[in-house]
Design a protein around this ligand. Structure first.
Ligand SMILES: CC(C)(COP(=O)(O)OP(=O)(O)OC[C@H]1O[C@@H](n2cnc3c(N)ncnc32)[C@H](O)[C@@H]1OP(=O)(O)O)[C@@H](O)C(=O)NCCC(=O)NCCS
Length: 478
């Protein structure tokens, strides 16, 4: 007997097709899947170490490019020896396929692409995709990526009262550390770092929300109403809009400034295993959630020797004030008994011109031309650069201008208050932090980070009851 077809349900309002809503995390391709292929480390040879009559062969490892690396893992178990390397100047803490730097040659590449090429021809969203997923996106992948990032730009409404708990004159980095760490209290559906999809979701959220947080903290500090994100705008445009527009007036984003902002973001997106990135990895190695790890990175970036340098450069240029004061400043920077340093000069890794500084210098000129600004600070900066680059002290020590030397001048010209500079760095670096954090989580070789130490404190001694204690000096003499 032929079966009756089930009668078609009349289309109700509820079953009517609504416009496609972007998924909170696209399920396609590698989006949520572990990406890292970190297997390119080869054993290139070995090095012999002899100590107390015992000999050991240590493997020498080599990746695709860069320094050969001694694998010291057998040192403690076989020799009882630790290695001492304050500041990790000679220590590789991980294998990574994200960023390559050759400091002597002034090379910076992300996933094989030269930074100057990316800054000239790409855009920040493309670079974010590249860092996270390993390849430049196709047009469709890029559209999907941008749409998903847009989908997460708004903040939970309860974040706003959180912001109001801060003093209006709080440093934006203080606000950002707090708010970003606090996001883990809002987004419980993305805290399980063992779930690749939750990892991706927290990653998208952070990339999307950082500009909103940065703009919001600025608005709060100057007493203007918050401006909500406009998702028809591009990432950098949206950021400028949220920062500088007011509800009472139309605001058209200047394309030259939007391009410059986007470029600044590209130039700050990632920089291998610097202090803040290593902090993010270390925090992440304990299994802490993404928001907490990124908050740790923001805290580290804040320091004047790291991301805080762009703010410090402007303070320095303002203090110098005029070209005629430069010789005195150079004298101070060279004086061993004076701990004064030229901010925006020198780098742990670059012993050549920072390739980012070259692009930044060009962008600086473009922005000042567009805005018709004749900034006397730029004259001071140019002359300072000129004098420092021809001074034997700076030449011998290979101290060149770094990325922070010019970024401050651009940001000031765009209207950003000095206090916001480091925060802008944090907005851009979030992409790199997340890519590195994700790579670390997916690397089978990674363990909880736990450096050792050379102990130089007291040997074992007896507890002294409080009634019998004298001064610290007396106790030592006992
Ligand atoms: C970036 C920086 C922290 C790197 O530090 P580092 O790799 O530990 O290098 P060191 O501090 O050991 O410096 C090496 C030598 O150069 C000198 N030096 C380094 N940067 C200097 C600067 N900006 N001005 C003057 N002298 C500097 C140091 O005094 C030291 O001299 P010494 O060998 O006679 O003692 C350092 O160059 C610096 O403080 N720069 C200014 C801050 C800055 O711009 N940071 C942004 C980095 S992107």
């Amino acid at each position: 007997m032929a079966q009756k077809k089930p009668a078609k349900k009349p289309a109700s309002k509820a079953t009517k097709k609504s416009p496609a809503k972007p998924k909170i995390v696209p399920k396609s391709k590698s989006m949520a899947a572990p990406l890292a292929d970190l297997s390119h480390v080869e054993v290139e040879g070995s090095a012999k170490l002899t100590y107390k009559g015992k000999e050991i062969d240590l493997k020498v490892l080599h990746g695709t490019e860069g320094h050969s690396t001694l694998d010291i893992r057998p040192l403690l178990p076989q020799f009882g020896l630790l290695t001492y390397d304050p500041g990790f100047g000679s220590t590789a803490n991980c294998r990574s396929a994200i960023t390559f730097i050759d400091g002597d040659e002034g090379i910076l590449r992300h996933r094989g692409y030269d930074i100057a090429d990316l800054a000239e021809r790409g855009d920040f969203m493309e670079v974010c995709y590249l860092l996270l997923h390993g390849e430049l996106p196709t047009p469709q992948e890029k559209a999907e990526f941008e749409q998903t990032v847009c989908y997460h730009t708004m903040l939970h409404e309860q974040v706003y009262p959180m912001m109001e708990g801060y003093r209006r004159d709080a440093h934006p980095m203080a606000v950002m550390v707090g708010i970003v760490g606090g996001l883990s209290a809002f987004y419980h559906d993305s805290l399980d770092i063992s779930d690749p999809e939750q990892r991706m979701l927290s990653s998208y959220r952070l990339i999307a929300k950082m500009p909103t947080i940065a703009a919001m903290s600025h608005k709060y500090s100057i007493g203007q109403p918050y401006v909500y994100p406009q998702n028809h705008l591009k990432y950098a445009e949206n950021f400028l809009h949220m920062t500088f527009s007011v509800p009472s007036e139309p605001y058209i984003v200047n394309p030259v400034l939007a391009k410059a902002m986007d470029r600044i973001m590209i130039l700050h997106a990632d920089h291998e295993q610097n202090a803040s990135t290593s902090t993010v990895r270390l925090a992440g190695s304990s299994g802490a959630n993404t928001y907490a790890c990124i908050a740790a990175g923001i805290a580290t970036l804040w320091g004047p020797l790291h991301g805080g340098a762009n703010e410090a450069v402007l303070q320095m240029l303002a203090e110098i004030g005029s070209v005629k004061n430069i010789p005195n400043i150079i004298r101070r920077a060279k004086d061993k008994n004076d701990n004064y340093r030229l901010m925006g000069f020198g780098h742990r890794v670059y012993k050549n011109y920072d390739p980012r500084a070259q692009v930044m210098k060009k962008t600086c000129e473009e922005v000042l031309r567009e805005l018709g600004i004749n900034d006397p600070m730029l004259d001071v900066a140019m002359e300072l650069e000129h004098i420092a680059l021809s001074d034997p002290y700076f030449i011998e020590k290979k101290l060149y201008p770094n990325v922070d030397f010019y970024s401050g001048i651009i940001l000031r010209a765009m209207g950003f208050p000095t206090k916001m500079f480091t925060m802008l760095f944090a907005v851009a670096r979030t992409a790199g932090w997340i890519a590195q954090w994700k790579e670390m989580i997916e690397d089978s070789e990674q363990r909880i980070g736990r450096p050792r130490q050379i102990y130089v404190g007291e040997n074992k001694r007896k507890y002294v009851p409080i009634s019998q204690r004298g001064s610290a000096a007396k106790l030592r003499a006992v």
